[in-house]
Design a protein around this ligand. Structure first.
Ligand code: FMN
Length: 362
């Protein structure tokens, strides 16, 4: 059904117009509480075997929605109702900003991919914080992903992230420092350990100072060299971070016939994203929670990431092609897969096919 709607209607709309219409519809559903609750009863994950705990937070399913879909925290309740075990809102910046000029979002259906150069269009930390403070109609785990305001010079980046963290950390089930989007000039340079250390240290001071400390994660790019992935992993362990989200979109274009600038996501990202996950798990094992994202399309992908050491798995691009029932389908298939393999909990699967650890303390 969705395939027909997609090919006959949505695909003919500009990609960003289609996205906006979807977000508006989901925001409307979020506001109609009885409807949202009815959808939640039917589609949200209720199988106890799917529950996972990470950094002190309980997730109803390991599968969640990656950052960038609900940038302004307007429809996360509906997204949870449609089956996502968590929703990562943002990227939010300290100051509201319009993002790059349109067009800035492009579908590549033949490759099951998307290219975006949105540039952190968002309403700013204060407004998003107010939305997150509202009483919720359904239970939902909300991560908040923060980034740098474009007009703030790189020399003031730390203070800018700290301002976002102050506004948002106590409203978040976990906070993510995003240093990996390709669409804010200079942002990814913050992944270099000598720049990342002061940034993460300063944000961590904020998250640790709260009465209920907020778990802190960092989101990295797939384009980092392997040694740099290791260096970020070591730093995250050293600073006592809770986890790493890998990966953001790529600036590579291997086999993708598009010259549009921006970050590529979806199927072409699958292999590298999995490679980075395996590398991270070999390096840090269960000292950090690993969240795998990039090219996840179906239950096989989710299963593979869990086996490779991810505690949580996220997706975004495949939903464009699979439609609103995507998460619910994955949860159902995950329940069946667990039972088929004789497991009673997701937690039993995590890291089961990871090779023997080769990291520093192997
Ligand atoms: C349109 C679009 C906007 C995105 N915006 C953000 C963002 O604001 N912050 C972020 O950390 N990642 C953002 N992402 C990256 C996703 O969170 C995810 O890391 C990436 O798309 C890989 O997953 P996928 O292949 O399942 O889409 C965006 C992705 C897309 C397609």
């Amino acid at each position: 059904m969705y395939r027909v709607v997609f090919s006959q209607v949505l695909q003919r709309l500009d990609a960003e117009d289609a996205h906006r219409a979807t977000v508006r519809a989901l925001a409307a559903i979020s506001r109609v509480r009885p409807l949202n609750r009815a959808i939640h009863r039917r589609l949200a994950p209720h199988d106890p075997a799917l529950r996972v705990s990470a950094f002190g937070v309980h997730f109803p399913s390991p599968f969640g929605l990656a950052a960038g879909f609900d940038k302004n925290a307007v429809c996360f309740e509906a997204l949870a109702a449609f089956g996502f075990g968590h929703v990562e809102v943002g990227t939010v910046t300290a100051h509201a900003q319009p993002g790059n000029a349109r067009p800035r979002l492009f579908r590549l259906p033949a490759q099951r991919a998307v290219i975006n150069r949105m540039g952190f269009n968002n309403d700013g930390a204060a407004k998003v914080a107010r939305r997150l403070a509202r009483v919720r109609g359904v239970p939902v785990v909300v991560g908040v992903n923060i980034g740098k305001t474009k007009v703030v010079p790189e020399s003031r980046a730390v203070a800018d992230y700290v301002a976002s963290a102050r506004a948002l950390a106590d409203r978040a089930d976990y906070l993510v420092v995003n240093v990996s989007s390709p669409n804010t000039p200079g942002l990814r340079d913050l992944q270099a350990v000598e720049r990342l250390r002061p940034l993460l240290t300063a944000v961590r001071e904020v998250t640790e100072s709260l009465p209920r400390r907020t778990p802190l994660l960092v989101k990295i790019a797939p384009d980092l060299a392997d040694e740099d992935v290791d260096a970020v992993a070591d730093l995250a362990v050293e600073l006592g971070l809770d986890g790493i989200i890998a990966t953001n979109t790529t600036i590579r274009r291997d086999g993708v016939p598009s010259t549009e600038a921006g970050g590529l996501s979806g199927r072409p990202l699958k292999e590298r994203s999995l490679e980075v996950l395996r590398r991270l798990y070999a390096r840090v094992g269960d000292r950090l929670t690993l969240v795998s994202v990039g090219g996840v399309e179906d239950v096989d992908d989710v299963w593979e990431r869990l086996l490779a050491g991810a505690t949580l798995v996220q997706g975004y691009t495949a939903m464009v092609y699979e439609g609103p029932l995507w998460a619910a389908r994955i949860n159902r298939a995950l329940s069946r897969r667990l039972r088929l393999h004789g497991h009673s909990s997701i937690q039993e699967v995590i890291g089961k096919t990871a090779p023997a650890r080769t990291g520093r303390d192997a």
